[in-house]
Design a protein around this ligand. Structure first.
Ligand code: FES
Length: 68
């Protein structure tokens, strides 16, 4: 599914970028990591949710690994 229409970025691209760029924590930084810039801004809330999901998943994975 396309998340950022202006830059033709889909969910898979966003998730891959987040996995490869653990320092990314804002939609603006995510756009930079994907090699583009925010334009209309409509995707910013969705990108913020995807960032939060990715970082929560990483935290959970870290906690589970520490418990092993
Ligand atoms: S939809 Fe992402 S900047 Fe317009």
């Amino acid at each position: 599914m396309i998340v950022c229409v202006c830059n033709a970025k889909n969910c898979q691209t966003v998730r891959t970028t987040l996995a490869d760029a653990p320092h990314v924590d804002t939609p603006a930084a995510l756009h930079r990591a994907m090699g583009c810039k925010p334009q209309c801004g409509r995707c910013l809330p969705s990108l913020a949710e995807l960032i939060a999901e990715a970082r929560a998943d990483e935290t959970l994975a870290g906690l589970m690994a520490a418990a092993d």
